[in-house]
Write a protein that binds this ligand. Structure first.
Ligand code: NAI
Ligand code: NA
Length: 396
């Protein structure tokens, strides 16, 4: 059996295991081309199978010699198909860590459930030496189930309908799109899913089990972005949830002062991930940003962001984490540079379905998306048969 990419809209319906291995390997190689960083013994990553969580895990493993326990929700291969890219990312991230003699495990379970939090504690106690030094919270989800209740997050504005365009990866086109306002209930539900309440719950469960080292750091990924995307992001339902996330950093810091826990939102740059391609009218901005930042040699993917986060912001040589006035780590600093934003605005001004391939780095945007699912690697022969014996022995 050979596999080629299947897209419906901006959803990848399949993935390529050999390509997922290449995707992880590419991240490992990048980190190994850079100076090693200080040792961070044990890390817990909630959402470590893709995007920012995976990149952080690879950077910590390779550069900080960290043992890593990751919790994620992914599908393995079955009669129904190959499973999800994140499942293979888990497999190869673990292999890469074990090759260095490190402990690395994947818990595949719902990170919003208290039972998962408790079983993660039990698993850590049974299998790891010492306590946890860093907790990374990197979930992106459309829903959260908590006991009897289910909340759904939405991607809408707060008040006005926003008109714009979205990129369609299936048809390689730019199409008019619009997003309307969220109701108060929708705003609150989005904050339940993408806000900070489960982050705080995780820290409570871990602290109650006495698993957090004094001085343990914890960060959650966030986004702010420019004026241009404010109606759909910063001021919209997802921005409302991010405010809730930032609020919870403060709550964690206050509640666990005695343990010297340091909680920080980490504001990252906009880039292509499984989650971000869903945000309506946001994709032209991201693809313009790719173009501008590549031309200025400032372009970063998740792995470049993860290394810069660790080396310059979270564990700089000076010792203390580098935070802004609001207590956030800011790895969106290059995206928000004035010259970058001015050029992005210029390229988006007058954007149309006819000129978008000249104005945006559509090719690069799509390539990044394909690679998230193990496609689009030049050195892989996608027409060749998958080795079923190799596949059958993969373990997350
Ligand atoms: P992603 O989709 O690549 O990763 C999401 C992770 O969450 C995966 O590991 C997935 O398995 C896990 N997950 C989702 N639901 C789960 C559940 N119920 N139980 C266990 N695991 C679950 O997304 P991405 O983009 O890396 O997002 C992570 C965070 O980074 C989000 O908070 C997002 O808002 C933030 N961020 C993303 C930016 C972007 O441009 N992509 C920019 C700045 C911040
Ligand atoms: Na992630």
């Amino acid at each position: 059996m050979s596999i080629s990419p299947l897209l419906s809209g901006n959803v990848a319906r399949n993935c390529h295991p050999v390509g997922c291995q290449a995707y992880v390997q590419q991240q490992v190689d990048y980190i190994n081309s850079l100076p090693k960083l200080q040792t961070i013994k044990n890390v817990l990553i909630i959402g470590g199978s893709s995007g920012f969580g995976l990149a952080s895990r690879v950077a910590l493993t390779q550069s900080c010699h960290s043992n890593s326990l990751s919790v994620s929700m992914e599908r393995g291969p079955s009669e129904k198909g190959m499973g999800s890219a994140g499942w293979y990312n888990n497999v190869f991230a673990k292999q890469q860590a074990e090759a260095l003699g490190l402990r690395s495990d994947n818990i595949i379970a719902d990170a919003f459930s208290l039972e998962t939090m408790q079983s993660t504690v039990d698993y850590f106690k049974a299998n790891y030496a010492g306590k946890i030094d860093l907790v990374i919270y990197s979930l992106a989800s459309g829903k959260r189930i908590d006991g009897e209740q289910t909340w759904f997050s939405c991607l809408k504005t707060a008040e006005q309908t926003m008109h714009g365009y979205s990129l369609n990866l299936e048809t390689d086109s730019l199409t008019p799109d619009q997003v309307g306002p969220a109701s108060q209930d929708e705003l609150e539900a989005t904050a339940k899913v993408m806000g900070g309440e489960p982050w705080l719950q995780w820290i409570e469960v871990l602290a109650n089990a006495d698993l957090l080292n004094s001085g343990c750091k914890t960060l959650a990924f966030s986004y702010i972005g420019p004026e241009l995307t404010a109606p759909i992001y910063r001021d919209g339902s997802i921005g409302f949830a991010k405010q809730n996330l930032h609020l919870h950093a403060g709550l964690i810091n206050t509640k666990f002062r005695d343990l010297s826990i340091q909680a920080m939102p980490c504001v990252a740059k906009a880039l292509v991930t499984k989650a971000s391609v869903f945000i309506p009218v946001m994709s032209p901005y991201i693809a313009a940003l790719y173009d501008v930042m590549k031309h200025k040699e400032l372009h970063e993917e998740t792995i470049q962001q993860a290394y810069r986060l660790l080396s310059e912001h979270l564990f700089p040589k000076s010792g203390e984490a580098q935070l802004d006035d609001e207590g956030c780590l800011r790895i969106d600093d290059w995206e928000l540079r004035e010259d970058v934003q001015a050029q992005v605005n210029k390229q988006l001004d007058g954007l149309s379905p006819e000129n978008f391939k000249q104005r945006l780095d559509y090719q690069g945007y799509k390539q990044s998306f394909l690679q998230l699912n193990g496609f689009g690697f030049e050195h892989i022969d996608y027409s060749s048969e998958l080795d079923s014996q190799w596949l059958a022995q993969l373990r997350p």
